[in-house]
Design a protein. Structure first.
Length: 279
């Protein structure tokens, strides 16, 4: 495990400061903001097993209001189960962040991170490494008053294959999305290596940009397949990050300062959830 420490440290830097918390408040019928960012990913039907696995989850929420009400929540789950039959080995994780507010002056933010790692998939010369996968990235934002409110949602879902000999990146798959309401900073992008094939009949994309309600959705199913010409030890890393923020007015200097101080204080209370299994 020690030789993977550099890779793990880079992955952990992606994780948000940790202090899992949530605040649910009944909100009055006033002008409202809403943001949601959700991602799920499943990997199955491996043709060989890893020698070690790890799961990582991180969440943080914060809500500050000086004139109004706001809530934020975040959740992350990750699981990696190894079966003696590689075809029955599977990895799955999910990450969701939501925030909503009503009133005159508030900020609410939720962040979540989930990841699974498979170490040392051993492939001999002329052999292949393969697995099936499906994933979802779902972003939503909504506001009532474009001149006084702001809602953002973004998400990043990806997996990467590394050669353990030199930690070089061999293949990758990425779905990235962003919504900013109001504003024009909206996007949904997908990138993939040549070793990755998506099933067009079971993959779909939907966006609605502009106005006071926006969405970005990617739902994909595919397969990874690659043949190696030399003995190779592989590490598979799959991660997702989801973040939302709702705010009124847009922007508030005082509230932003308070929010930044609160986030700084939470950084000192990191509590990481990680599970490590070596076979």
């Amino acid at each position: 495990m020690k030789r993977h420490s550099g890779l793990i440290n880079r992955i952990l830097l992606l994780a948000t400061p940790v202090m899992a918390s949530s605040m649910l408040v009944a909100l009055p019928s006033q002008a409202a903001t809403f943001g949601s960012s959700e991602a799920t990913f499943n990997i199955e039907n491996f043709n060989r097993n890893p020698l070690g696995i790890r799961t990582i989850t991180d969440t943080v929420t914060n809500a500050i209001s000086t004139d109004g009400q706001v809530n934020a929540n975040a959740d992350a789950k990750a699981n990696f189960e190894v079966d003696p039959n590689p075809a029955l080995t599977f990895a799955s994780n999910s990450s969701i962040s939501k925030a909503q507010g009503q009133g005159v002056s508030y900020i609410g933010e939720g962040q979540s991170f989930a990841g699974v790692i498979g170490y040392d998939f051993l492939v001999q010369p002329g052999e292949t490494f393969s697995f099936d996968f499906n994933g979802l990235l779902d972003l939503k934002t909504s506001i009532d008053n474009p001149t006084a409110e702001n809602a953002t949602a973004n998400g990043l879902l990806k997996f990467e294959l590394y050669d353990n000999e030199n930690n070089s990146l061999l293949d990758s798959f990425t779905i990235a999305g962003n919504l900013a309401t109001p504003g024009n900073n909206d996007a949904l992008e997908l990138k993939q290596s040549s070793s990755i094939t998506l099933d067009p009949a079971q993959s779909s994309y939907n966006t609605s940009f502009g106005g006071t309600q926006e969405i970005a959705l990617a739902d994909v199913k595919g397969k990874y397949f690659r043949t190696f010409d030399k003995s190779t030890s592989l590490t598979l890393v799959e991660t997702k990050t989801n973040q939302v923020r709702v705010q009124a007015p847009e922007p508030s200097t005082v509230l932003s300062l308070l929010f930044g101080c609160a986030m700084l204080g939470m950084t000192g209370k990191r509590k990481r959830k990680a599970a490590i299994l070596d076979s």
